[in-house]
Design a protein around this ligand. Structure first.
Ligand SMILES: [Zn+2]
Ligand SMILES: [Zn+2]
Length: 216
């Protein structure tokens, strides 16, 4: 996902025909071969069923083109230019409203991923496990970023990574395996092991778990 201009999320547009607030909708896919395109992923459309343009449109289209359709008023984000979309029924576009909240969430996730990738460069000298965990625990992060986070995991050799990693479900089997191997190496490098009964980390020589008292 690229950094996109999300300023349309703050944009409020009012339909000049009915003075109602317009809705932000996903732009319909247009075949590249047609040489057309909106140049925008979203469109603002008046979805008011009582909008005069929409009400009058049916007759107009019938007379002019002889088929059953009408118009919805439309503007592109960041533009005041008037446009219309032809629609075959009153529900067109009502199913493609842009979920602004989801876009903002997705964007903040992406920002966190980017920051974490930058912090990876210095995480070993700063003994900073946080960016490594951010990437490993984010199932939506890029594979390549998560893969490099795994290599830093071993360099950091920080036992506190084990709990959050164990508590996470890795969807990718290869990741699960690699994380598991890293944990094993980190434990060994720290002369520790996980108690098979309670999963607490104990000394590798321990004969009895200090947490659950089970024999090891
Ligand atoms: Zn309107
Ligand atoms: Zn135990």
């Amino acid at each position: 996902m690229q950094d996109r201009d999300l300023s349309y999320l703050d944009e409020v547009k009012i339909c000049p025909h009915c003075k109602e607030k317009m809705f932000c909708c996903e732009a319909p896919q247009i075949h590249v071969g047609d040489g057309l395109g909106w140049g925008s992923d979203v469109l603002f459309i008046c979805l008011n069923d009582h909008c005069s343009l929409f009400l009058k449109g049916w007759e107009h289209v019938e007379e002019k083109y002889g088929h059953h359709a009408s118009y919805r008023y439309m503007e592109l984000p960041g533009s005041k230019e008037s446009n219309v979309m032809m629609v075959g029924n009153k529900d067109a576009f009502k199913g493609s409203l842009v979920d602004k909240e989801a876009i903002l969430n997705q964007n903040s996730r992406y920002k966190k991923e980017k920051e974490a990738v930058e912090k990876l460069q210095t995480c070993v000298q700063e003994k900073n496990l946080a960016p490594v965990l951010t990437l490993l625990l984010d199932e939506a992060a890029a594979r390549s970023n998560r893969k490099s986070a795994i290599t830093y995991l071993q360099q950091l050799n920080d036992l506190s990574c084990i709990d959050p990693l164990r508590n996470h479900t890795f969807r990718d089997e290869n990741f699960r395996y690699e994380v598991n191997m890293s944990i094993k190496r980190i434990l060994a490098a720290n002369f520790k092991k996980e108690c098979p009964h309670c999963a607490e980390i104990v000394k590798s020589q321990a004969k009895k778990c200090m947490y659950c008292n089970e024999k090891l």
